[in-house]
Design a protein around this ligand. Structure first.
Ligand SMILES: [Zn+2]
Ligand SMILES: [Zn+2]
Length: 287
């Protein structure tokens, strides 16, 4: 079954509270221009963009769903877990996210140190400037390397230096699967496995479902049509929730797709709300 290329509900959006290039306010403005009905702000290890997005959306008739994207360590490989409809002011959540962001900074310091020793003239101060108030990460180091003329593109920065098994790769402390699921659940949220197609391990996806993941991100720019169909069927078989989104990182970003090009429909979003005992209301209509 084919889906239209555009959607009105995009549940995977980054802002400059992590490694997106647009502010939460600018993302909301763009979403309204594109006539979207709902977006979820899902920044890496941060919920800092949500209040700004909700404030900006209130007069535009756009629904902003609180979300987050956590990085998890699973046997040395990285898994992303999305959390939806959580209480983003819940103190244990914001405290843990702060620890994760501090760890991010330590890691970036280490990466810059290695790059400097290799002769790359970049400064931590500049990388921090590029990150602004957002969750600092390798993408900001990559942007700095490009800016310094050390590599031709962000893609090359990862391929040559920053990617796994490359000379400036530094592993990062991450939550375990159990910790991340528990953190999202205790914050009142719904844990959803992000872009399962990128894991390339169906056994692992299945085991994660058994560990308490409540849904799968079926629609994602890196999924083929076949993968989306496969995961949608898997959700139906296992009684899991279906989500989707563009993984938008801003105009011209390395990752993700354009805002509103991947997502779900109203009935799928309504099921997400129903799973929390909530009623979805869009433009005054309840679902
Ligand atoms: Zn991700
Ligand atoms: Zn993402």
């Amino acid at each position: 079954m084919s889906r239209p290329a555009t959607t009105r509900i995009d549940l995977h959006v980054h802002t400059n509270a992590s490694d997106g290039t647009l502010s939460a306010k600018a993302v909301v403005k763009l979403a309204a221009q594109l006539n979207l009905e709902a977006i979820s702000i899902t920044d890496h290890d941060s919920v800092a963009g949500i209040d700004e997005a909700q404030a900006a959306a209130s007069s535009l008739g756009l629904l902003v769903i609180p979300g987050v994207e956590l990085s998890i360590d699973k046997g040395g490989s990285e898994i992303h877990l999305l959390g939806y409809l959580l209480d983003h002011h819940y103190e244990p959540l914001t405290r843990t996210l702060k620890v994760l962001r501090d760890e991010r900074l330590d890691r970036v310091k280490e990466i810059v140190h290695i790059l400097n020793q290799m002769g790359y003239p970049i400064s931590l101060a500049r990388v921090r400037e590029l990150a602004g108030n957002g969750s600092i990460g390798r993408l900001h180091v990559a942007r700095c390397l490009v800016e310094a003329g050390a590599v031709p593109s962000i893609k090359e920065a990862f391929a040559r230096l920053l990617g796994r098994n490359r000379p400036a790769y530094v592993p990062r402390y991450k939550l375990s699967v159990e910790e991340a699921i528990e953190l999202i659940k205790s914050s009142g949220g719904i844990p959803v496995l992000a872009h399962p197609g990128l894991l390339g391990d169906e056994g692992l996806v299945s085991r994660l479902c058994d560990q308490g993941i409540a849904g799968l991100e079926v629609y994602h720019p890196d999924h083929t049509e076949e993968q989306s169909t496969y995961y949608r069927d898997l959700c139906t078989r296992k009684g899991l929730l279906i989500t989707g989104g563009s993984d938008y990182h801003g105009p011209g970003a390395r990752e993700g797709a354009q805002l509103g090009t991947k997502g779900i429909d109203r009935s799928e979003l309504a099921r997400l709300y129903q799973s929390k005992g909530l009623e979805l209301s869009i433009s005054g209509q309840n679902y």
